[in-house]
Design a protein around this ligand. Structure first.
Ligand code: HEC
Ligand code: HEC
Ligand code: HEC
Ligand code: HEC
Length: 378
């Protein structure tokens, strides 16, 4: 079991926690190795090494010191030797502005391993972009049986051929697995790799594993605590600076002046988005909540959703999701306008993953309370 790397989103303030738990989950699921990628290099290296040192799953990189350079698996009573390694392009590290990871020449590093370690099958993970993928494969991957492109990250069941070699892409989001069969034509014949097959992991079909569920539960709690602490820090700061800050009120407030609109909104699924999560037992999962509630991540206002225990009244996709926080407007409606509704706002939640068929023009007509579309002349 190989993971091509880039396992946590380094942009998130939860990146360290994510990394720790994803590693733990892979470890539990007996992954053999992870190919160290640019996103991993963006994390705090101290944490990366600390977590990796404790895991049975190895973080592999042929051309960065302090990492396991390769792994070799002996299968079929030792008759089959599978060599796997991973490299990262120094130019990619420059591109990502990584400061505390130094990579040597990837081509030399791989050739050294490949020429010295006996093997029947050779699998290479490459972390590079654009032309450099070609250069690296040409330089050291010409006799690889399979190459994994650790950077492209898109769902694609077509195996690409680069420098005459089959190259599969890694797929972000953990929703897909590519598998290969290793075959042998006859007793004395050598081994070869069959066409890679990309397959979607459909969660409904997988029986939940109690230990993984417990891990997810623990992860959820740690995330909630971090988010809560961060939020409290921010609210304290806002209070201290006494900046005139806006506040979320909730749809009941709006209803005191816009009653018919509230009734109209209640007919949409936005008004029941939390029930959808409750049915899935996910009303405590910040990862889901962020799109099924109001004002959870806005940095410029207070009063947004925190958790079902703290302020359940901010659950569901309410008025202020589309119109912005309404505290100031409610105090002086004709002086303080609400934020204009925007397509970008919708797409924060209706993204490529959650709603691939989203059409702003069409979907707006379901949620605009029967009003004219913006831009349309009255
Ligand atoms: C905070 C996240 C979020 C934002 C922003 C958001 N939506 Fe939604 N939307 C949802 C969720 C979640 C659902 C599904 C609710 C459910 O069924 O649980 C949904 C459902 C819908 C539906 C189906 C409604 C129905 O009653 O059938 C439409 C249409 C829609 N959204 C349009 C929009 C448009 C247009 C915008 C921007 C003006 C928008 N949404 C902004 C989260 C959001
Ligand atoms: C990035 C925003 C976002 C996140 C995160 C998110 N959702 Fe949603 N969810 C939506 C939107 C938008 C819809 C409405 C899609 C549609 O049907 O048009 C939706 C709809 C749903 C539906 C109804 C789907 C259907 O076809 O009836 C379920 C169930 C759901 N979400 C569960 C979850 C769970 C569980 C999580 C966490 C694992 C989650 N969502 C995380 C945005 C999100
Ligand atoms: C999914 C997004 C969405 C949600 C949720 C939503 N609205 Fe709107 N609202 C719109 C759109 C789109 C329009 C049309 C005009 C525009 O584009 O600004 C609109 C228009 C309005 C207007 C102006 C009406 C007019 O006569 O011009 C008011 C007032 C309003 N909404 C109040 C509310 C209130 C109150 C709620 C909560 C009960 C709410 N909206 C929830 C998207 C939304
Ligand atoms: C005290 C009464 C009152 C409350 C409370 C109130 N509004 Fe309004 N709202 C108005 C009035 C009056 C207008 C029309 C302003 C004008 O045209 O001068 C308005 C206009 C709007 C508009 C049209 C665009 C704009 O900014 O003029 C939107 C959208 C809107 N309100 C949303 C909301 C939302 C969402 C809430 C709840 C957070 C809310 N309002 C709470 C009285 C109120």
């Amino acid at each position: 079991m190989i993971n091509a790397g880039n396992i946590a989103n380094y942009n998130s303030f939860l990146a360290k926690t994510d990394f720790k738990y994803i590693m733990a989950a892979m470890d539990y699921n007996k992954f053999d190795l992870i190919g160290f990628g640019a996103w991993d290099a963006k994390l705090d290296m101290h944490t990366v090494h600390k977590v990796a040192d404790r895991a049975a799953t190895d973080l592999v990189c042929a051309n960065v010191e302090d990492f396991v350079p390769f792994l070799r698996f002996n299968k079929d009573s030792g008759k089959l030797k599978v060599l796997v390694t991973s490299v990262i392009d120094p130019q990619l590290l420059d591109l990502f502005e990584v400061k505390d990871v130094v990579a040597s020449d990837p081509i030399k590093a791989v050739n050294r391993i490949k020429n010295n370690i006996k093997h029947d099958i050779f699998i290479l993970i490459v972390h590079a972009q654009g032309e450099r993928i070609h250069e690296i494969i040409t330089g050291c991957g010409k006799d690889a049986d399979l190459i994994i492109d650790g950077e492209t990250g898109k769902v694609d069941n077509k195996t690409r051929i680069i420098a005459g070699k089959p190259v599969v892409v890694s797929n972000f989001g953990g929703k897909y697995i590519t598998y290969i069969d290793i075959v042998r034509a006859g007793q004395d014949a050598g081994f070869s790799v069959d066409q890679p097959v990309l397959t979607r992991v459909v969660s409904e079909k997988v029986t939940p594993d109690p230990q993984v569920e417990a891990l997810v539960e623990k992860y959820g709690k740690e995330r909630r605590d971090i988010i809560k602490a961060k939020r409290e820090r921010r609210e304290r700061k806002i209070m201290k600076n006494r900046k005139p800050v806006n506040i979320y009120l909730g749809s009941n407030w709006c209803g005191s002046c816009h009653q018919s609109i509230v009734e109209n909104w209640q007919k949409t699924r936005h008004a029941r988005a939390i029930n959808t999560l409750e049915k899935k037992n996910k009303a405590n999962d910040p990862e889901c909540l962020v799109c099924h509630v109001t004002g959870m991540v806005n940095r410029n206002a207070v009063g947004g959703f925190v958790s079902m225990e703290v302020n359940a009244k901010m659950a569901n996709v309410q008025c202020e999701v589309c119109h912005g926080p309404g505290g100031k407007h409610a105090q002086a409606p004709s002086e303080v306008r609400m934020t204009p509704v925007s397509e970008k706002g919708c797409r924060n939640c209706h993204n490529h993953d959650t709603d691939p068929d989203f059409s702003y023009q069409h979907d707006l007509t379901i949620v605009n309370h029967g009003k004219d579309l913006p831009g349309k002349s009255k």
